[in-house]
Design a protein around this ligand. Structure first.
Ligand SMILES: O=C(O)CCC(=O)C(=O)O
Length: 264
Protein backbone atom coordinates (compact mmCIF):
# COMPACT_ATOMS: atom_id res chain seq x y z
CA UNK A 1 0.00 0.00 0.00
CA UNK A 2 2.29 2.86 1.19
CA UNK A 3 5.06 0.98 2.94
CA UNK A 4 3.34 1.11 6.36
CA UNK A 5 1.21 -1.51 8.14
CA UNK A 6 -1.50 -3.27 6.12
CA UNK A 7 -4.97 -1.85 6.53
CA UNK A 8 -8.43 -2.16 5.08
CA UNK A 9 -8.99 0.95 2.92
CA UNK A 10 -11.52 3.44 4.24
CA UNK A 11 -14.49 3.97 1.93
CA UNK A 12 -14.15 7.05 -0.34
CA UNK A 13 -17.28 8.84 -1.56
CA UNK A 14 -18.24 12.13 -3.18
CA UNK A 15 -19.41 14.52 -0.45
CA UNK A 16 -23.01 13.44 0.34
CA UNK A 17 -25.94 15.48 1.65
CA UNK A 18 -26.00 16.22 5.38
CA UNK A 19 -28.90 13.77 5.83
CA UNK A 20 -27.04 10.96 4.06
CA UNK A 21 -23.87 11.62 6.01
CA UNK A 22 -25.71 11.54 9.35
CA UNK A 23 -27.63 8.39 8.45
CA UNK A 24 -24.84 6.34 6.89
CA UNK A 25 -21.69 7.46 8.74
CA UNK A 26 -22.22 9.68 11.79
CA UNK A 27 -24.87 7.52 13.51
CA UNK A 28 -23.09 4.30 12.59
CA UNK A 29 -19.70 5.56 13.75
CA UNK A 30 -18.30 4.66 10.35
CA UNK A 31 -15.16 6.41 9.03
CA UNK A 32 -15.29 7.75 5.50
CA UNK A 33 -13.19 9.87 3.14
CA UNK A 34 -15.15 12.63 1.41
CA UNK A 35 -14.03 14.04 -1.91
CA UNK A 36 -15.05 17.40 -3.38
CA UNK A 37 -16.07 18.94 -0.04
CA UNK A 38 -13.53 21.79 -0.06
CA UNK A 39 -14.08 23.21 -3.53
CA UNK A 40 -15.24 26.59 -2.20
CA UNK A 41 -12.37 27.10 0.23
CA UNK A 42 -9.81 29.69 -0.94
CA UNK A 43 -7.50 27.94 1.57
CA UNK A 44 -7.29 25.00 -0.85
CA UNK A 45 -4.85 27.12 -2.92
CA UNK A 46 -2.42 27.60 -0.01
CA UNK A 47 1.13 26.29 -0.23
CA UNK A 48 4.00 26.30 2.28
CA UNK A 49 5.31 29.38 0.44
CA UNK A 50 2.05 31.34 0.52
CA UNK A 51 1.46 30.50 4.21
CA UNK A 52 4.99 31.70 4.93
CA UNK A 53 4.53 34.91 2.94
CA UNK A 54 1.11 35.78 4.35
CA UNK A 55 1.19 34.50 7.91
CA UNK A 56 4.91 33.95 8.63
CA UNK A 57 5.00 36.70 11.26
CA UNK A 58 2.39 34.95 13.44
CA UNK A 59 3.86 33.74 16.72
CA UNK A 60 2.30 30.38 17.51
CA UNK A 61 2.52 27.80 20.30
CA UNK A 62 3.75 24.64 18.51
CA UNK A 63 4.01 21.04 19.63
CA UNK A 64 7.53 19.69 20.08
CA UNK A 65 8.61 16.64 18.11
CA UNK A 66 11.55 14.28 18.58
CA UNK A 67 12.86 12.58 15.43
CA UNK A 68 9.62 13.69 13.82
CA UNK A 69 7.36 12.05 16.42
CA UNK A 70 5.20 14.15 18.73
CA UNK A 71 6.96 14.09 22.06
CA UNK A 72 4.12 12.47 24.00
CA UNK A 73 4.07 9.26 26.02
CA UNK A 74 2.96 7.90 29.38
CA UNK A 75 5.45 10.05 31.29
CA UNK A 76 5.51 13.00 28.95
CA UNK A 77 2.61 15.25 28.08
CA UNK A 78 2.67 17.26 24.83
CA UNK A 79 4.70 20.44 25.18
CA UNK A 80 3.85 23.63 23.28
CA UNK A 81 6.61 26.18 22.60
CA UNK A 82 6.09 29.61 21.00
CA UNK A 83 7.73 30.05 17.62
CA UNK A 84 7.32 32.32 14.59
CA UNK A 85 5.56 30.47 11.80
CA UNK A 86 8.34 31.65 9.42
CA UNK A 87 10.96 29.96 11.64
CA UNK A 88 8.99 26.69 11.60
CA UNK A 89 8.79 26.86 7.78
CA UNK A 90 12.54 27.57 7.57
CA UNK A 91 13.20 24.46 9.70
CA UNK A 92 10.86 22.41 7.47
CA UNK A 93 12.87 23.53 4.43
CA UNK A 94 16.18 22.80 6.12
CA UNK A 95 15.05 19.31 7.17
CA UNK A 96 15.68 20.19 10.83
CA UNK A 97 12.10 20.53 12.03
CA UNK A 98 11.39 19.68 15.66
CA UNK A 99 7.94 21.26 15.89
CA UNK A 100 4.45 20.72 14.56
CA UNK A 101 1.87 23.46 14.12
CA UNK A 102 -1.36 22.48 15.83
CA UNK A 103 -3.03 25.75 16.70
CA UNK A 104 -6.66 26.75 17.28
CA UNK A 105 -7.89 28.50 14.15
CA UNK A 106 -9.30 31.35 16.23
CA UNK A 107 -5.73 32.33 17.18
CA UNK A 108 -4.85 32.89 13.52
CA UNK A 109 -5.42 36.28 11.79
CA UNK A 110 -8.84 37.18 10.44
CA UNK A 111 -7.59 36.99 6.83
CA UNK A 112 -6.63 33.33 7.51
CA UNK A 113 -10.01 32.38 9.00
CA UNK A 114 -11.91 34.06 6.16
CA UNK A 115 -10.54 31.50 3.67
CA UNK A 116 -12.18 28.44 5.22
CA UNK A 117 -15.46 27.56 6.88
CA UNK A 118 -16.90 24.69 8.92
CA UNK A 119 -18.19 21.83 6.78
CA UNK A 120 -21.99 21.69 6.49
CA UNK A 121 -21.96 18.42 8.48
CA UNK A 122 -20.75 20.14 11.67
CA UNK A 123 -21.95 23.71 11.21
CA UNK A 124 -23.85 24.93 14.25
CA UNK A 125 -22.73 22.04 16.49
CA UNK A 126 -22.83 22.72 20.24
CA UNK A 127 -19.20 21.78 20.46
CA UNK A 128 -17.00 22.91 17.57
CA UNK A 129 -13.23 23.35 17.78
CA UNK A 130 -10.96 23.79 14.80
CA UNK A 131 -7.17 23.59 14.45
CA UNK A 132 -4.62 24.49 11.79
CA UNK A 133 -1.91 21.83 11.23
CA UNK A 134 1.35 22.41 9.35
CA UNK A 135 4.14 19.86 9.50
CA UNK A 136 7.11 18.40 7.72
CA UNK A 137 7.15 15.06 5.89
CA UNK A 138 7.87 12.36 8.46
CA UNK A 139 5.96 14.01 11.32
CA UNK A 140 4.05 11.41 13.34
CA UNK A 141 1.16 11.79 15.77
CA UNK A 142 1.15 8.66 17.97
CA UNK A 143 -1.90 6.47 18.49
CA UNK A 144 -4.60 8.20 20.54
CA UNK A 145 -8.34 8.81 20.71
CA UNK A 146 -10.49 11.93 21.15
CA UNK A 147 -13.88 12.49 22.72
CA UNK A 148 -15.57 14.42 19.87
CA UNK A 149 -16.19 13.36 16.29
CA UNK A 150 -13.62 14.83 13.92
CA UNK A 151 -13.18 15.93 10.33
CA UNK A 152 -9.67 16.40 9.01
CA UNK A 153 -9.57 18.47 5.82
CA UNK A 154 -6.31 18.10 3.89
CA UNK A 155 -5.21 21.33 2.17
CA UNK A 156 -1.97 20.17 0.53
CA UNK A 157 0.46 17.28 0.87
CA UNK A 158 -0.56 13.80 2.01
CA UNK A 159 -1.01 12.06 5.37
CA UNK A 160 -1.36 8.35 6.10
CA UNK A 161 -4.06 7.64 8.69
CA UNK A 162 -4.49 4.37 10.59
CA UNK A 163 -7.80 3.99 12.42
CA UNK A 164 -8.67 1.38 15.07
CA UNK A 165 -12.24 0.98 16.39
CA UNK A 166 -12.77 2.28 19.96
CA UNK A 167 -12.74 -1.18 21.61
CA UNK A 168 -9.49 -2.33 19.94
CA UNK A 169 -6.76 -3.88 22.14
CA UNK A 170 -4.41 -0.87 21.97
CA UNK A 171 -3.28 -0.75 25.62
CA UNK A 172 -4.44 2.72 26.62
CA UNK A 173 -2.13 4.60 29.00
CA UNK A 174 -3.23 4.72 32.64
CA UNK A 175 -5.78 7.45 33.51
CA UNK A 176 -3.24 9.03 35.91
CA UNK A 177 -0.46 9.06 33.28
CA UNK A 178 0.67 12.24 31.50
CA UNK A 179 -1.16 11.20 28.30
CA UNK A 180 -4.31 9.29 29.30
CA UNK A 181 -5.91 9.34 25.84
CA UNK A 182 -2.79 7.88 24.17
CA UNK A 183 -1.77 4.25 23.63
CA UNK A 184 1.64 2.78 24.36
CA UNK A 185 1.61 0.87 21.06
CA UNK A 186 3.45 2.09 17.98
CA UNK A 187 1.33 0.55 15.18
CA UNK A 188 4.24 0.90 12.73
CA UNK A 189 6.55 -1.23 14.92
CA UNK A 190 4.37 -2.90 17.55
CA UNK A 191 6.22 -4.54 20.42
CA UNK A 192 4.14 -7.73 20.47
CA UNK A 193 6.07 -9.19 23.41
CA UNK A 194 4.82 -6.27 25.50
CA UNK A 195 1.45 -5.78 23.75
CA UNK A 196 0.49 -9.30 22.53
CA UNK A 197 -3.22 -8.66 22.04
CA UNK A 198 -2.45 -5.86 19.59
CA UNK A 199 -1.78 -8.58 17.00
CA UNK A 200 -5.56 -8.99 16.67
CA UNK A 201 -6.23 -5.26 16.13
CA UNK A 202 -7.53 -4.58 12.62
CA UNK A 203 -6.88 -1.08 11.25
CA UNK A 204 -8.73 0.83 8.62
CA UNK A 205 -6.58 3.32 6.79
CA UNK A 206 -6.06 5.76 3.98
CA UNK A 207 -3.60 8.12 2.42
CA UNK A 208 -5.52 11.37 2.65
CA UNK A 209 -4.94 13.40 -0.51
CA UNK A 210 -5.12 17.20 -0.97
CA UNK A 211 -8.74 18.35 -1.06
CA UNK A 212 -10.05 15.25 0.75
CA UNK A 213 -11.74 15.16 4.15
CA UNK A 214 -11.55 12.23 6.57
CA UNK A 215 -14.34 11.62 9.07
CA UNK A 216 -13.01 10.07 12.30
CA UNK A 217 -15.87 8.97 14.60
CA UNK A 218 -15.49 9.78 18.29
CA UNK A 219 -13.23 7.53 20.37
CA UNK A 220 -11.69 5.98 17.24
CA UNK A 221 -7.97 5.41 17.86
CA UNK A 222 -5.83 7.11 15.23
CA UNK A 223 -2.18 7.28 14.23
CA UNK A 224 -1.09 9.84 11.64
CA UNK A 225 2.07 10.04 9.52
CA UNK A 226 2.82 13.00 7.26
CA UNK A 227 4.01 11.63 3.93
CA UNK A 228 4.83 15.11 2.57
CA UNK A 229 5.21 18.62 3.93
CA UNK A 230 1.53 19.26 4.43
CA UNK A 231 -1.25 21.26 5.99
CA UNK A 232 -4.75 20.46 7.23
CA UNK A 233 -7.63 22.02 9.10
CA UNK A 234 -9.60 19.84 11.48
CA UNK A 235 -12.98 20.21 13.17
CA UNK A 236 -13.81 18.38 16.39
CA UNK A 237 -17.54 18.48 16.97
CA UNK A 238 -20.30 17.10 19.14
CA UNK A 239 -23.47 17.80 21.10
CA UNK A 240 -24.13 19.48 24.39
CA UNK A 241 -22.75 16.59 26.48
CA UNK A 242 -19.50 16.55 24.50
CA UNK A 243 -19.25 20.29 25.03
CA UNK A 244 -19.59 19.91 28.82
CA UNK A 245 -17.13 16.99 28.90
CA UNK A 246 -14.63 18.86 26.71
CA UNK A 247 -14.77 21.84 29.07
CA UNK A 248 -14.20 19.50 32.04
CA UNK A 249 -11.30 17.83 30.19
CA UNK A 250 -9.68 21.22 29.60
CA UNK A 251 -9.94 22.09 33.30
CA UNK A 252 -8.41 18.68 34.12
CA UNK A 253 -5.51 19.28 31.71
CA UNK A 254 -4.83 22.74 33.12
CA UNK A 255 -5.03 21.49 36.71
CA UNK A 256 -2.55 18.68 35.95
CA UNK A 257 -0.30 20.99 33.89
CA UNK A 258 -0.80 18.82 30.83
CA UNK A 259 0.12 20.46 27.50
CA UNK A 260 2.11 23.36 29.05
CA UNK A 261 2.39 26.38 26.77
CA UNK A 262 -1.02 25.67 25.23
CA UNK A 263 -2.97 27.70 27.77
CA UNK A 264 -0.82 30.90 27.86
O1 LIG B 1 -2.88 15.32 11.84
C1 LIG B 1 -2.28 14.89 12.82
O2 LIG B 1 -1.07 14.72 12.85
C2 LIG B 1 -3.06 14.55 14.04
C3 LIG B 1 -4.47 14.98 13.93
C4 LIG B 1 -5.31 14.47 15.04
O3 LIG B 1 -4.90 13.71 15.88
C5 LIG B 1 -6.70 14.89 15.09
O4 LIG B 1 -7.15 15.64 14.20
O5 LIG B 1 -7.38 14.47 16.05
Amino acid sequence: MDGGPDYEPIERIAAPSVTEFERDYLRRGRPVVLTGALERWPARAWTVESIDRRFGDSRIAMLSTRNGVLDIDEDQTGVFRPLRLADHVAAMRAGSCDSYVSVPVERMPRSFRDELSPLPYCQGAWHLRSRFWLGAAGTVTPLHQDLPHNFSAQLFGRKRWLLYPPASPVYRNAPWSRAPNFSGVDPERPDLARFPRFSSAKPLGCVLMPGEVLFIPRFTWHHVRSLDDNSAINFWFGGVIVRALAQAAELFKRARSLYPGEWD
